[in-house]
Design a protein around this ligand. Structure first.
Ligand code: MGD
Ligand code: MGD
Ligand code: MO
Length: 736
């Protein structure tokens, strides 16, 4: 017998971490045998542990292979295999029934990103539902809505990033809550940071945790109380103003409203001078350290304040981002090589002005959503023009339970869920579980039997990026990555394109005739890529830049011809639009606003520890959590400082209860000096595994997190109080 030939297919990892790294997939007899990464010319686009382990994801035992229908109670996890015909007929029938009985606004299409690519993403179902009569839409980006809000208000756009190679031009790099050695956020980010160090840049990390990035790159680690970053930045502004270190000519030329900000900082507005001593009490950072960093940032040119997005995921997180941008402008670091506009240090695939339109954004030619008009009436209730119509993601449970949420009023009867492990990833799981009992019908399109899929009435199995052709974008360096199909779909899995097409046929909707190949060729035709076939064969098309890409370079070099896209044409340190809101919690200049559930909240007597929920290096959110290779690397555990653990009689590896009024989790503790006292970290993305009492054994922080949105839409995942106690195992648990 002839030995089967092994083929090596170049493709691009499409997991949702900002890394779009080269994978070389070995395939023998239609089966993936191993996955390697880039061994081509420099700079290689090398994958991390998750990309290299993807084979186990494709063949995971809990991979969905067939359509399923619920046979037990909703959420009970009892399913039966059915045919595609039965599954799609049922979904089509339910869609028609709900639209005709209650109207299309009773359909909520809930999506996330998952394997984010150009064709096989959320657009296909959006298009289908638009043609079908529309649907109620959600809004709010869990990752960085606070950053989007602040950048839009201050710069008039959310695109504020440099290419990562520009870090080599920086003399000082501040990793403000940024840990790219774990979270990637752009292929090769860590590699550029390493080179910047070799070039002599000083690196300072500000984080409640001593992260891997702090350990590897930083000269100094400054721990800070979560949710107080705005206070530290504003006190830095105080020192800079008092010592006259700000770049007044930059401020005069390119910004509006600095004087108003200054009035607030100096206490002219409210009688409180925002001195480093003031901030020390709030942030836990010594006043001298704040003043030193301020001087260093203002006098080391150029300096990159890399504003992480995690402090933006706190209550009033918008203010932190506004304050960071204000400091970048005060020091003249906007639009220059080696600087940083301090918008947010990760933007995803839309960061560079690629000619190809970013796939996730819905396109007008694909259809208008007729429900927009219906919900438009509710828009009047919403506080700012940066808040679009629809339901904020955090308020989906309210809408399902009561038919009402800020900006949206409608009874949801049908939920169409894809590319999100919604139940697992959004706050207050116990409330979400109740809410998921309300709709008459839930369909989930998934790759794995996730905690969310367990709540479906019909589950449709879909392909991974190894089983389809697509295109991806470089984040941090401009390139296109070909996603090349390595194997045929596992089991009976179908791609989004096929699912949308087959539903369209059943619903009598046209416009889904184009093949994957035709659609991809169309995308490439509107891009910089000269040759489709060569691109697919090579796997990567790099856009060669004469110099690193710098956001706002044109606005700074030639302001007369290139105004900022704000109402004033300048960087708006004071925003008239926000002033018009007259909302003290969403003020016109950056302000420090104390979060709810802070250390000073009376609730802290009962629940004294602040919970943060970092992103784990061994999984992308909930994706790949179930892979033994990766699970072996680092267990899901609660990070707790030695002092807090000792005070509670907790030893390393002990099982602990983490709880508040919203719920309870039992998981192992990791006792460490790598997190500051008073703060615990439960990394997000662990799969929710409730026991019989409804206590989660998976280590999922969203059991205890709070479902309240910030005024500008920020998701407060890193704001919340808990208590931690030793868990005494099954016997005593039964007594509680
Ligand atoms: N406590 C806490 N919670 C958080 C965060 C936090 O910091 N703390 N972070 C938040 C952030 S930043 C984000 S972005 C969200 C992410 O939240 P989600 O987007 O819900 O998380 P994922 O685990 O990426 O879920 C994607 C799901 O889509 C599936 N999938 C992957 N590819 C495809 C595909 O091609 N088609 C279909 N149909 N499904 C696919 C995967 O199997 C997975 O179950 O989580 C948020 N949740
Ligand atoms: N491996 C991996 N990579 C990922 C992801 C993943 O799940 N896994 N998710 C991707 C996605 S969608 C996103 S949005 C990004 C998320 O990227 P980030 O938001 O940057 O990631 P986090 O780990 O949540 O937070 C970064 C750091 O902020 C710190 N931090 C938390 N709260 C505060 C605070 O209030 N103040 C300060 N100063 N620091 C704080 C945490 O300790 C952590 O070290 O990562 C992307 N990349
Ligand atoms: Mo995210």
């Amino acid at each position: 017998m002839k030995e089967p030939v092994e083929k090596i297919i170049p493709t691009t990892c499409a997991m949702h971490c900002g890394g779009t790294c080269v994978l070389r997939v070995h395939v023998k007899d239609g089966v993936i045998t191993r996955v390697e990464s880039d061994d081509g010319p420099e700079p290689q686009l090398r994958a991390c542990l998750r990309g290299r382990a993807y084979r186990q994801r494709v063949y995971a035992p809990d991979r969905l292979k067939f359509p399923m229908k619920r046979v037990g109670k909703r959420g009970e996890d009892k399913f039966e295999r059915i045919t595609w015909d039965e599954a799609l007929d049922t979904v089509a029938r339910q869609l028609v029934r709900v639209r005709d009985t209650y109207g299309p606004a009773s359909i909520l299409y809930l999506w996330g990103l998952g394997d984010v690519c150009q064709i096989h993403n959320t657009r296909q179902l959006h298009k289908l539902l638009c043609h079908f009569g529309g649907y109620t839409k959600h809004w709010g980006v869990a990752s960085f809505q606070g950053g989007i809000f602040a950048s839009n208000i201050t710069y008039g756009t959310w695109r504020t990033l440099h290419s990562r190679d520009d870090l080599l031009n920086s003399r000082l790099i501040i990793l403000w809550a940024w840990n790219p050695s774990s979270t990637i956020t752009g292929t090769n980010t860590s590699w550029y940071l390493a080179q910047a160090r070799e070039h002599g840049a000083k690196v300072i990390a500000i984080d409640p945790r001593y992260t891997d990035s702090a350990a590897i790159f930083a000269d100094r680690w400054i721990p800070i109380i979560p949710g107080t970053d705005g206070a530290m930045l504003i006190a830095m502004a105080y020192t800079i103003i008092k010592e006259n270190l700000h770049d007044q000519s930059f401020l005069d030329k390119y910004t509006v409203g600095f004087e108003r900000f200054k009035d607030y900082v100096l206490g002219i507005e409210d009688g409180v001078a925002k001195t480093p001593a003031w901030a020390q009490k709030i942030t836990g950072v010594p006043a001298a350290a704040i003043a030193d960093l301020a001087r260093e940032y203002a006098t080391t040119k150029p300096a990159a304040l890399m504003a992480g997005i995690a402090p933006g995921r706190t209550a009033y997180g918008e203010q932190y981002h506004r304050a960071a941008i204000t400091l970048a402008a005060m020091t003249g670091n906007v639009g220059v090589h080696g600087g940083s506009a301090a918008g947010r240090c990760w933007e995803g695939g839309g960061w560079y002005p690629y000619k190809m339109r970013y796939g996730v954004a819905f396109r007008p030619e694909e259809g208008e959503n007729p429900v927009a008009g219906i919900n438009e009436r509710a828009k009047a209730d919403v506080s700012t023009s940066y808040v679009p119509w629809g339901v904020h993601y955090l308020h989906v449970p309210d809408l399902l339970l009561t038919g009402k949420a800020p900006g949206c009023e409608t009874d949801i009867r049908l939920l169409f869920i894809l590319n999100t492990n919604y139940l697992n990833q959004y706050p207050n799981i116990n409330k979400i579980k109740q809410a998921l009992e309300r709709p008459e019908f839930i369909v989930v399109v998934e790759q794995a039997m996730t905690p969310t899929a367990r709540f479906a009435d019909i589950v449709l199995p879909t392909t991974t990026f190894m089983e389809r052709n697509d295109i991806d974008f470089g984040v941090g360096a401009p390139f296109y990555g070909a996603v090349n199909k390595a194997i045929e779909p596992v089991g009976e899995c179908k791609s989004h394109l096929e699912i949308a097409r087959e539903l369209a046929t059943r619903l009598g909707i046209g416009g889904f005739e184009e093949t994957e190949e035709e659609l991809l060729r169309k995308e490439v035709a509107e891009s910089e890529i000269p040759d489709y076939a060569a691109f697919r064969e090579k796997g990567v098309y790099r856009i060669e830049l004469a110099e690193p890409y710098v956001a706002f370079k044109k606005q700074i070099e030639d302001p007369a011809h290139h105004p900022f896209p704000t109402p004033s044409g300048k960087i708006e340190l004071y925003s008239q639009e926000l002033a018009n809101l007259n909302d003290p919690l969403c003020p016109p200049v950056a302000k420090y606003i104390e979060t709810w559930e802070s250390r000073n909240d009376p609730l802290a007597k009962k629940y004294p520890l602040q919970l943060i929920t970092s992103h784990h290096k061994r999984r992308t959110h909930t994706q790949s959590e179930n892979l033994p290779w990766l699970a072996e690397l680092e267990a899901q555990a609660l990070l707790i400082n030695r002092a807090d653990a000792a005070a509670r009689g907790i030893g390393d590896g002990d099982m602990v209860r983490v709880f508040n009024d919203r719920g309870e989790v039992i998981m192992p503790a990791r006792v460490t000096e790598r997190i500051m006292p008073g703060v615990v970290d439960m990394p997000q993305g662990a799969w929710y595994q409730p026991d019989k009492r409804g206590v989660d054994r998976g280590g999922n922080p969203n059991v205890v997190s709070r479902d309240q949105s910030s005024p500008g839409g920020a998701f407060p995942y890193n704001t919340g109080l808990v208590e931690v106690g030793k868990s005494f195992g099954i016997a005593i648990d039964k007594v509680f």
